[in-house]
Ligand binder design. Sequence first.
Ligand SMILES: Nc1ncnc2c1ncn2[C@@H]1O[C@H](COP(=O)(O)OP(=O)(O)OP(=O)(O)O)[C@@H](O)[C@H]1O
Length: 277
Amino acid sequence: MEKERLLEINNLSVSFKTDEGVISTIDQVNIHVNEGEIITLVGESGSGKSVTMRSVMRLIATPPAVYTGGEILYRGKDILKSSEEEIRKLRGSEISMIFQDPMTALNPVFTIGKQMENIYLYQGQKSTYAKLPRSRKVMKMEAKERAVELFEKMSLPNPERLLHMYPFELSGGMKQRVIIAMALIKTPRLLLADEPGTSLDVTVQASINAELKRLVQEEKISMIFITHNLGVAKQIGERTYVMKHGQVVEEGKSEDVFLRPQVEYTRKLLDALPRII
Ligand SMILES: Nc1ncnc2c1ncn2[C@@H]1O[C@H](COP(=O)(O)OP(=O)(O)OP(=O)(O)O)[C@@H](O)[C@H]1O
């Protein structure tokens, strides 16, 4: 049976107004994600991966950006035409994102537990004075339980103790795992992960990616994983889209793209991978 379509980016085109004139950045991009599916977006720096993903979260300021065509359907509704209120609700409960520079995602002055709690209670709300759906006490308990569950699933030692620690007390790998847990605390339907762990050493990065994949599969969360590394793309996604200069130049089952690339650009990305001798 055909799985339900969760996200459908149809013919998306985005330009940026700059001092040098209007520059076309995303050109007629088509990408879709089915319910429960993991896909990867691969391409060199500047190919348009982040602009495409940030558009899904409506995080691109207009101006300087101009949406010149296309639509982003999330469960059938066009994100580009949704109200601010609808977008805030989506960001609060349905779609979550892990950004490329994760080390700025943690606030140095609050404990990890407090930060997890704040996201659980207030993400998607208008302000911290918003009326909560359940009593604060109950929600704080839920936040703690869910945080501990996610820390365990991300192989973080002493989850209870971790709640009382500050970001500076954690290693880079631990911070990255905490950031993943933060993005998942409200069990979104769709996770957008922009190269998590690029600043970490490759072995730590590989195990975090594997844990992230296992976790989203277990929780039936769909994911778009962005990377510039075709090898990582193959390991993580069922299907892969290859982007170049703002266009999707190749797409298919990750294994096919990896083993039988159809375009020269993908072959070059493959050649750029380090070989194990
Ligand atoms: N605010 C902006 N103003 C002008 N151009 C922009 C702006 N934001 C992004 N761009 C341009 O859009 C293009 C695509 O950038 P994007 O960040 O999506 O690439 P990427 O594939 O995600 O690269 P990376 O892997 O380095 O993040 C780049 O050429 C960039 O210069």
